[in-house]
Design a protein around this ligand. Structure first.
Ligand code: GDP
Ligand code: K
Ligand code: MG
Length: 286
């Protein structure tokens, strides 16, 4: 699953799997690492790989993100290239097309025009995208529409080569640990509620994840900001913003874990972590 930021890659993976395994938000660069989503159906299995959006690298974090995409492209049997039908192609779509050119003829590449539900001129947009890398099969869909996602999933199943399962039949649908997932959900809910540069400069890390005797989970997640003056923005007046983030994340985690969750969020400063390879490793981007 590749494409520029915000075209709906994570949404499509989630709809295809029927459960949420990747965070979604209206902000670009919500997805930072590649995430696998596993769909098993009888004797067939698809391992979807959701990737960050392609963009011009600006710091160590975005270099990491681009590497996540190129590494994913090197390991897959099929590419779904997502584009946003509401708008004509931009420079970032051209970057994706350029990255996919060497794969043409090596693996099937399907050009997927997404957000058809909200597009004014979907045919014209599709035409313009198709010209970036001519000769591809193409589809128009809405990633939020279950029927569209399932039809595309069936097409993918038909195009994949035969081989052994990569994951056991009873493996969970996502390949992230519960600790990673808790951190991702907190980051998603925080990103949705932050503005300007701050959503991109936060990182989250789960520090504790325990099942207590009373049957509830205690989960402690740190939220890192790059600068001291970002802290009050994240916390909000009277702690309101942080409370909102915590309540929304807790709700998602309770659905995921089917248990009551006590979520403890702590805000910390980690100066310029996005530029520091050592910090990236520490925060789980390695
Ligand atoms: P990604 O960055 O490519 O992974 O995109 P996301 O899956 O995070 O989605 C970005 C935004 O587009 C979110 O606000 C989604 O709700 C929205 N979105 C995704 N798919 C569709 C769609 O088919 N139609 C519409 N109208 N919005 C969509
Ligand atoms: K996004
Ligand atoms: Mg995404």
């Amino acid at each position: 699953m590749v494409g520029k930021p915000n075209v709906g890659k994570s949404t499509l993976v989630n709809t295809m799997l029927g459960v949420k395994i990747a965070p979604i938000s209206p902000k670009p660069q919500t997805t930072r690492k590649r995430v696998r989503g596993i769909h098993t159906e009888g004797n067939r299995q698809i391992v979807f790989v959701d990737t960050p959006g392609w963009h011009e690298a600006a710091d160590a974090l975005s270099e990491y993100m681009i590497r996540q995409i190129t590494e994913a492209l090197a390991e897959v049997n099929l590419v779904l290239w997502l584009v946003d039908l509401r708008h004509p192609p931009t420079h970032e779509d051209e970057l994706v097309a350029r990255a996919l050119r060497p794969l043409k003829g090596q693996v099937p590449i399907i050009l997927v025009g997404n957000k058809a539900d909200a597009a004014k001129y979907p045919e014209a947009a599709m035409q313009a995208y198709a010209e970036l890398l001519p000769g591809l099969e193409s589809r128009m869909i809405s990633a939020q529409n279950e029927r569209d996602a399932k039809a595309l999933r069936d097409e993918v199943l038909a195009l994949l080569p035969e081989g052994p399962f990569f994951f056991p039949e009873d493996y969970a649908k996502g390949d992230q640990t519960p600790e990673e997932w808790a951190a991702e959900i907190v980051r998603e809910e925080a990103m949705k509620r932050l503005k300007e540069e701050i959503p991109y400069s936060i990182a989250t890390k789960t520090e504790a994840f325990e099942l207590r005797d009373n049957g509830t989970f205690y989960i402690q997640v740190n939220i890192y900001v790059e600068r001291e003056n970002h802290k009050p923005i994240l916390i909000g007046a009277g702690g309101r913003k942080l409370k909102e983030i915590g309540a929304a994340a807790r709700k998602q985690l309770e659905v995921f874990l089917a248990r009551k969750v006590y979520l403890d969020l702590q805000v910390k400063v980690y100066p310029n972590w996005r530029k520091d390879p050592e910090a990236l490793r520490e925060l789980g981007y390695h």
